[in-house]
Design a protein around this ligand. Structure first.
Ligand code: PRX
Length: 657
């Protein structure tokens, strides 16, 4: 148990008095949850969401751990994010968008609603129905959010694939989903260059794909160029949406597109994330519970107010971009800023220029980005007026005390609370965080569990959530076994996220990192087995073992130890084969990037003769971690099959420093 001797930072007084959620609300809500857990969730759901049909049962737990929230209630996510604001906030900016070239667009709630409805009509005309799976492979732009909302409006299940994923990774997802529709765009600009999404998308569906319709938004001016001879319907959305607008459909007919009323437990989306096997898992989310928590946490944790301009830098390809860009803030009627491009283009001050230009009030980003800002230097920050900021947030990986303080002092000018939010793709929304009107902060410590969330730490230091909560995952797509074994078996009746943690007497939880073979590179989860599986597909590789080592900017960096097939290389023949070894390493790094995506590219590939295995054949990873960091391996090595392997590994690793 950690002590509270760590530095405590008090909340600014104005937050205590003006926050959406203050100490009194907090105490009342905690007491209410204690007295009547499900009754309190039911009350919140009734207050916060529009129900086409009321639910009669809050939680159906008859088939644990397949918990079903608000099963017989009927609602719709997109309706709750858009339609409910039309009367009061129709003219208010819902989305403010700027692309890398500086072009901007503002979509009011009315306009966003109209465009979502129009795209809904379009999808329905294509035959899209409730339950269909639709894959979205797009950059962070209004059209992507429109596509997501159009899906949830129909009850089609979207699965967004981050635009950095490679064709193979996308194909695996599309195939498992049996997605008949893929929505993409003809590219976007990143660091001044076009990222050709269409090329990757086309490759992903070029062979034996379930995709029947490829829908392409025109996001860059270049003409659509499709090299492949795909035998599917290709839709130029720029043209076809214009045609639709010219059809005899009146605006009224389009806007009257009533949403599909869905059961609270219907799947709204599937988002793939990495686990401890070679295959990513499709995390399935429900409709009502998911939205309820995305809405409440946006309001409580970010203290979202009607006049705020809110910016979360996450991409829609990750859960943060779902809950805290596309859905939660809009459900609160907020103004959401989105930026498509690199943070250091054209200069390293781009984010600060954007904050100044759009008078951003709330800024939610990842520690890896903060560490980059730190490295780029204060001069980029000092050029800009950041006085509009009033709250900062961090997500995705441990922020660490020093980075926390740097963020607090240099970006928040020691006046903005920081919410260090711990959660996962699976939890749907934030589970642990301080609340800016309630809890003091401890740099580097996420904070207490939010009201309604029951977080505990077992004697082994494993964090677990001992009560079901509305935004919890429904399951792992097509793999109930993986859901049960991966999350619910080790600690009975408790959800196991896979993180190690420490708890203070006041219930503040400090995350210590993962307890499994999942690594966190720049806030992105990757399985070591997933990278090993990708490496195994390369013709030269016999076997490999992937580990993570600390990385100054990315948090963790990937190191892969690989053994080549016999006869391919004499690794001890150092000087002569040096050049070709380097070439092999480069090829293998590229290979991983081509299989999974650039974010999975190893920092180092270490070609070695053999992996250190125990007599039972298990790779001793802790030893590889030591070697990759140039440390003499510590601990018990007596179970090693071949003791000489250590010296050989140290020799090749040093050689490559
Ligand atoms: O290890 C935790 C880390 O990120 C994992 C979840 O990754 P993902 O599902 O991709 O979702 C990331 C965005 C919610 C967690 O199991 N993590 C997330 N937030 C924090 C964190 N580690 C420490 N502190 C955090 N605030």
């Amino acid at each position: 148990m950690q002590s509270n001797s760590e530095e405590i930072i008090a909340l600014p007084l104005n937050f205590k008095t003006h926050a959406n959620f203050n100490l009194e609300n907090y105490k009342d809500l905690q007491a209410s949850f204690q007295q009547d857990y499900l009754g309190t969730w039911a009350k919140l759901a009734q207050e916060e969401l529009f129900w086409h049909k009321d639910f009669s049962q809050t939680l159906d737990d008859s088939d644990k751990p397949f918990y079903k929230w608000f099963l017989d209630g009927e609602t719709n996510i997109s309706y709750n994010c858009l339609d409910i604001h039309l009367n009061d906030r129709g003219e208010k900016a819902a989305l403010i968008f700027e692309d890398e070239a500086g072009e901007s667009e503002i979509l009011s709630y009315k306009v966003l609603h109209a465009r979502v409805c129009e795209f809904t009509v379009y999808l329905k005309n294509l035959g899209v129905k409730k339950g269909d799976r639709i894959c979205i492979y797009m950059s962070l732009c209004p059209e992507a959010i429109i596509a997501m909302h159009a899906c949830t409006r129909i009850g089609a299940i979207h699965s967004v694939v981050f635009a950095g994923f490679a064709a193979h990774a996308m194909k695996d997802r599309i195939d498992e989903l049996s997605a008949k529709i893929l929505i993409t765009q003809n590219g976007f600009y990143r660091r001044g260059k076009i990222v050709d999404l269409l090329e990757v998308a086309t490759e992903a569906i070029s062979k034996n794909s379930p995709v029947e319709d490829l829908l392409i938004f025109k996001r860059v001016k270049e003409p659509l160029s499709l090299q492949s001879s795909l035998k599917i319907q290709i839709h130029d959305l720029d043209r076809e949406l214009k045609d639709l607008a010219n059809l005899n459909l009146s605006t009224h007919e389009v806007l009257e597109q009533t949403p599909e009323w869905l059961s609270g437990n219907d799947t709204s989306f599937i988002l793939y994330t990495s686990g401890s096997t070679g295959k990513p898992k499709g995390i399935e989310h429900n409709t009502a519970g998911y939205l309820l928590w995305a809405k409440l946490t946006s309001k409580w944790v970010f203290d979202l107010k009607d006049e705020d301009v809110y910016w979360c830098t996450a991409d829609i390809g990750w859960i943060t971009g779902h809950s805290y860009v596309a859905y939660g803030p809009l459900a609160n009627g907020a103004t959401v800023f989105i930026y498509e491009g690199a943070p250091n283009f054209p200069e390293a001050d781009r984010y600060w220029a954007l904050i100044e230009k759009y008078k951003i009030n709330i800024f939610y980003t990842a520690p890896t980005a903060i560490r980059s800002f730190q490295a780029w230097g204060l001069e980029h920050i000092e050029k800009h007026d950041l006085s509009s900021l009033r709250l900062l947030g961090s997500v995705g990986e441990p922020i660490g005390t020093e980075t926390w303080k740097w963020f607090y002092e240099n970006i928040g000018k020691s006046k903005c609370p920081i919410v260090d939010t711990w959660w996962q793709t699976e939890t749907g929304g934030i589970m642990l965080s301080t609340l800016p009107g309630v809890n003091y902060m401890i740099p580097g410590t996420a904070g207490p569990a939010l009201p309604g969330i029951s977080a505990e730490i077992n004697p082994e230091g494993l964090l677990h959530l001992s009560k079901p909560w509305p935004s919890m995952l429904k399951g792992v797509y097509k793999n109930p076994d993986r859901y049960i074994k991966g999350y619910w078996t080790k600690i009975p009746d408790s959800y196991l996220p896979g993180d190690l943690a420490d708890i203070s007497v006041e219930g503040y939880i400090k995350i210590g990192g993962r307890n499994d073979d999942v690594i966190n590179v720049s806030g992105h989860r990757l399985g070591t087995a997933e990278i090993e599986t990708a490496l195994a597909k390369h013709q030269t590789i016999n076997e490999s073992a992937v580990i993570a080592i600390p990385h100054a900017i990315k948090g963790e960096g990937i190191v892969a130890f690989v053994v080549l097939k016999q006869g391919l290389m004499n690794v001890t023949d150092s000087q002569q084969s040096h050049g070709s070894t380097e070439e092999r390493e480069r090829i293998l790094k590229e290979h991983v990037a081509n299989e999974i995506g650039a974010h999975a590219k190893p920092e180092r590939i270490i070609i070695c003769e053999a992996l250190p295995k125990t007599r039972s054949g298990k790779v001793m990873r802790r030893l590889l971690k030591d070697i990759a960091q140039d440390r003499l391996p510590e601990g018990d090595l007596s179970t090693l099959e071949d003791k000489d392997v250590v010296a050989k590994l140290l020799a090749v690793s040093k050689l490559k420093q």
